[in-house]
Structure formats: C-alpha cells, structure tokens
Design a protein around this ligand. Structure first.
Ligand SMILES: O=P(O)(O)O[C@H]1O[C@H](CO)[C@@H](O)[C@H]1O
Ligand SMILES: Nc1nc2[nH]cnc2c(=O)[nH]1
Length: 296
C-alpha cells in the first residue's frame, strides 16, 4: 500500500499565511537556533513572538534547549525571522516534518537562511567554543528529506548540491569574523541520526570520511532550503570534543552550557552578517576577500 500523500505545499502556505497576518512585515532573512543557543533571540528588537504551537501544522520541539517560538523582529536595521528551536530525526519525526519550517520560510518569501548548530569537534585543532562555518556536509542520516514524489511547486526533482552553503555568504562570515577578531573556521559537518552520541570508532570513521564536526541536525534543513531556492549559511559551534578525542564522556548538559557560554560570540558574528545581508550591496566583498581562495 502506498503512503498517504500529504500536501506539504498547501500546509506550508497555510502556516505562512498565519505568520504573515501576525506581523507588520516579513523580512527576507531567517535564523535557526541550535541547542543551547536560544538566548541569541534576546538580541532581537521589536520582536513579535509566535509560539510554534499556535502556527497551523507546525510541530513542537521535545528537546531541552529548543524553546519553540518563531520571532519576527530586527537586529538594528536588519529585519529577521528567528526560529528558536528546531526538530530532529531522532525525535521520531519523518524528515518532511523535521524540515517543515524551511518550507514555511520558502512560502514566506525568505531568501537567505542562517542555520546554527551545536556540534562535536572531530578535527584535532578544534576546541569547545570554536566557531565553524560549514563549507560542505556529509548526509549520513540514511534518509533524505526529498524522498517521495516531488512537488514541482516546492522545487526540482534532482536539486544540485555542489554548493549547499553559499560561497559568497561564507566569505562574508569570514570577513566579519576577522573584523571582530573571531576566527570563523571552515569545516565539513557530518549529520548522524542520533540520539546516541558517537563511539570513538565512529568518530575515527567520520574523520577518515573528511568530517570536521558532527551533529544530528542542519543537513536536512540545508537540503530543503536549497531545494526551495533559498541561500544557506550555517554555523557549527563546537560545544565538545567528539567522542574519543579527549576520552571524556559527552552530555547534553555540557552541550547546552557550551552553547550558552558562546552565545555572545556567535551573536556578534550574526549581527554583523545580518547587517551586511540587509544592506543592498551588502554581500559585496572587499578586495581582500575577493582574493580569498576556495577554503571558505
Ligand atoms: O543540532 P542542534 O539542534 O544544535 O543540537 C545538537 O545537540 C544535540 C545533542 O546534544 C543534538 O540535537 C545535536 O544535533
Ligand atoms: N552527534 C553529535 N551531536 C552533537 N551535538 C553536540 N555535540 C555533539 C556530538 O559530539 N555528536
């Protein structure tokens, strides 16, 4: 028997309409907050706060550190939507539910999505508190959010994934980090289904595959955002050294505490990036960054 067909586009359009009717204007920039990063939303001015539970068809987060509110406001002159909390595959949702907020952003007319995530640092030089800007990813969930019949109102059947994370936006992030004296480190994110953290052997495998950081989110959202025609920038905060790197156990409390601690640092970078993106010529790179090579 075939699975029932859910009209995702119709659902996302209804959710988007509800949000549009709740706010004076919808900004073209959205930010998704990862584990422990809820407090970044405190920097949003003139915020209209919409609990996820009030938005038609929106799921509700079950994980500690994911508040479950959608905010529409601004950081200085930059208007933005903030998703205070996300959904994960390990919560038991199918990936179309995990990524439903991306579809809603698509129907709201959002052009750019900035994803943030708490991650384990695999690469030897990465330490808790480091900020990684994703240059690419490994989808190791064993599923794809675009599986099933393709709705051409949402995107094409076979979307290109050569540059999931916009090179231009990555250069902006690096440049703004440099201005602030913050090292924004390029890296590859491996997405596993979770919810158990990795074994040391799994981390060695991920290292051999070319992963720099590991987490249980971000990638399905990035795939759907690209399918929906949005530009993506993603920051992975290193909250802990990955399993076996230091030999110490990992806990979600450690992840949340590290996220909280790094909130001011990430907030500074996000503010500058948002201001650059809200400025019409804002993603234009300086001469220095134009010569910046392929390692962003
Ligand atoms: O990716 P975010 O939501 O930031 O959270 C990360 O931290 C949690 C584990 O501590 C997992 O959910 C993992 O994906
Ligand atoms: N899979 C995974 N997710 C994380 N989120 C934060 N730290 C980690 C980690 O070490 N592994």
């Amino acid at each position: 028997m075939s699975e029932p067909v859910i009209d995702l586009a119709a659902r996302a359009a209804e959710s988007a309409l509800f949000i549009k009717r709740s706010v004076p204007a919808v900004p073209p920039l959205a930010l998704v907050l990862g584990s422990g990063l809820n407090e970044l939303a405190e920097g949003v001015q003139d915020a209209t706060v919409i609990p996820y539970r009030d938005i038609p068809h929106f799921p509700v987060p079950t994980v500690a550190g994911h508040a479950g509110n959608l905010l529409v406001g601004r950081i200085d002159s930059a208007g933005l939507i903030v998703l205070q909390g996300r959904f994960h595959y390990y919560e038991g949702h199918p990936l179309e539910v995990v990524t439903f907020p991306m579809r809603v952003l698509q129907f709201l007319g959002v052009r750019t999505v900035i994803l943030t995530a708490a991650t384990g640092g695999i690469r030897a030089d990465l330490r808790p508190g480091n900020l990684v800007c994703l240059s690419d990813h490994l989808n190791l969930i064993g599923d794809n959010p675009l599986r099933g019949s393709n709705d051409t109102r949402l995107g094409t059947r076979f979307p290109d994934m050569t540059e999931v994370y916009s090179k231009k936006l990555r250069a902006v992030a690096r440049e703004e980090g440099k201005r602030l004296g913050i090292n924004v480190i390029p890296g590859v994110y491996a997405c596993l289904p979770g919810p158990s953290y990795e074994t040391p052997a799994e981390i060695r495998m991920l290292q051999a595959l070319g992963a720099d950081v590991v987490g249980m989110s971000t990638v399905p959202e990035a795939i759907v955002a690209r399918h929906g025609g949005m530009d993506v920038l993603a920051f992975a905060l290193v909250t802990n050294s990955a399993a076996g790197v230091l030999g110490t156990p990992i806990s979600h409390k450690e992840v949340l505490d590290a996220g909280k601690k790094a909130t001011p640092l990430l907030g500074k970078v996000l503010r500058r990036v948002a201001l650059r993106l809200s400025d019409p010529g804002g993603t234009g790179l300086t001469a220095e960054m134009q010569t910046f090579g392929g390692d962003v």
